[in-house]
Design a protein around this ligand. Structure first.
Ligand code: ATP
Length: 214
């Protein structure tokens, strides 16, 4: 069973990698694939380019065999629709293997705005990670999805290759990429919010206007 964790990762931070590892251990996933998007349909263009975001992800996952970087969305010039990514994974892995699409509660709350969002649950399970400041939806289309597809027992994920929504607790790290970008732009350090290798790249390449903090 593999986990797919997509995002802008501008930059990747410990709120991403620690929670990815939590879910991998919690659900005994073979691996979690960190998947940077190319053109996000949901937000303005990232400040770091694709190559920089990829390099930061590689640095963040280095030495952790449970995390792997999958750069397929960076090779697509079109907007990075998750449904297309899942279709491409299904073409590769077949229809039997359970796929777990992972996302934070903030992303899950907005799921009904995603392209062909109702198809996503036919292609993968959805694992929702608690995130500080965000509560599960109580009404609307996404809440209805939880009523129809929600499960409590992780063992259910093995019964089918897609179709379950599972809300899981993870390490609560109140860290966001936007806060990191603002801090670095204001001349502050991002150390301890991001893995050391990521902070090194940010400084070396002057991403977010960083200069050396030595
Ligand atoms: P930004 O602040 O720029 O919006 P972000 O920190 O939310 O960025 P993204 O790359 O947009 O990072 O997020 C990718 C995925 O990671 C999303 O599903 C998001 O919900 C999840 N995520 C990000 N930070 C955390 C965190 N601290 N805890 C749990 N999930 C998180």
């Amino acid at each position: 069973m593999i986990g797919i964790f997509g995002g802008t990762f501008d930059p990747v931070h410990i709120g991403h990698v620690r929670t990815a590892l939590d879910i991998r251990e919690d659900l005994a996933l073979d691996e979690v694939r960190l998947m940077p998007c190319n053109i996000s349909p949901h937000r303005s263009a990232p400040l770091a380019n694709g190559a920089q975001r990829l390099a930061m992800l590689q640095a963040a996952s280095q030495g952790e065999p449970g995390l792997r970087v999958d750069d397929r969305e960076l090779h697509r010039a079109a907007p990075s629709y998750t449904v297309d990514t899942l279709l491409s994974l299904r073409a590769e892995l077949g229809s039997d293997k359970p796929l777990c699409l992972m996302m934070g509660m903030d992303s899950f709350q907005a799921l009904h705005t995603w392209h062909r969002w109702r198809d996503i649950i036919t292609l993968a399970h959805i694992i929702v990670m608690a995130r500080p400041g965000w509560l599960p939806p109580t009404q609307g289309e996404v809440a209805d999805l939880v009523s129809q597809h929600g499960v409590y027992d992780p063992a259910r994920l093995h019964d089918a290759s897609a179709g379950c929504v599972l809300l899981r607790p993870v390490s609560q790290l109140d860290i966001s990429a936007s806060r990191i970008r603002s801090a670095v732009q204001a001349g502050r350090s991002a150390r301890y919010w991001v893995p050391d290798g990521v902070w090194e790249i940010i400084q070396q390449q002057g991403i977010y206007g960083a200069s050396r903090h030595l």
